[in-house]
Design a protein. Sequence first.
Length: 321
Amino acid sequence: MSAEPLEIHLEQQDLDRGLREDVRVGLAATPKWLPPKWFYDARGSELFEEITRLPEYYPTRAERAVLAAHADDVAAMTGAKTLIELGSGSSEKTRLLLDAFTRHGDLGTFVPLDVSVSALRSSTEQIAAAYPGLRVRGIVGDFTRHLDRLPTGGRRLVAFLGGTIGNLLPAERAEFLTAMRAALETGDWLLVGTDLVKDPGVIVPAYDDAAGVTAEFNRNVLRVINRELGADFDVDAFRHVAVWDPRREWIEMRLRAEHPTGVRVLDTDVVFAAGEELRTEVSAKFRPEGVAAELTASGFDRRAFWTDPDGLFGVSLARAD
Ligand SMILES: C[S@@+](CC[C@H](N)C(=O)[O-])C[C@H]1O[C@@H](n2cnc3c(N)ncnc32)[C@H](O)[C@@H]1O
């Protein structure tokens, strides 16, 4: 079966409006910041895939190990008929779940949702070709805004992999989980991957690799703004920085102005002093009991928690209560 045409909940004009709003607010703030979803144009999505293959970037390998060991448990415990994946990207690891459902249950539909049209186009085509008989319905949407548009009917499993939930700030996370629960029926399931707190000596290099791929990924957001909003960021004036915040237990990716620089964007001149930083991503690291508490607080009951053999990454399976 070929993939169905993408269902578009984010038109180009919505993306343009959202980017303008985020740039206006984020560049006027002190310190300056931008939300991470703007990394992911076609180039950004490719760079992220490259990151997942870097020797320093353990989260993808560790999460894949968990799924390889427990995808059959997920299929057997949930008996899902529809698998929805949020922030699906290439859906590469998700194949482990699809394989398990092929062995066990009778999953009928796979619904990946992402802001990146290019990533969704290629993933839906590839998955549809590899899993004949599976209905593949890609949705271009924003998981912070469009959870009320997820398909209904039949037991659903929502997968949110890659530790992407850690890109939400704590209050946003609570809001997301509450909206997620409201979008589900009692008895539906959520599978969520979380990177775990560990030695910063392991975490920091995952966000600051020797080959400089993460630096390119980080700076890509400036290229997106230049192209989409006609801005004139001098991309080379910014250095990629990854900082571990021990109090909040998260990594921040930032872009640091190497020398005084400015950008003209949205009819405004924005100035960066030498050394001034723009925060582009937060990636929270979790403790197992903290994830359970957040799930419980939003109406989920965690039924399983698995980690890879090295205890780097955790995957929680929770039932909507
Ligand atoms: C860290 S990557 C993870 C990709 C994949 N799930 C994995 O585990 O490798 C985050 C993905 O979420 C998507 N994304 C980021 N913010 C989003 C949002 N607000 N709504 C929908 N997708 C989003 C990006 O385009 C990207 O594909």
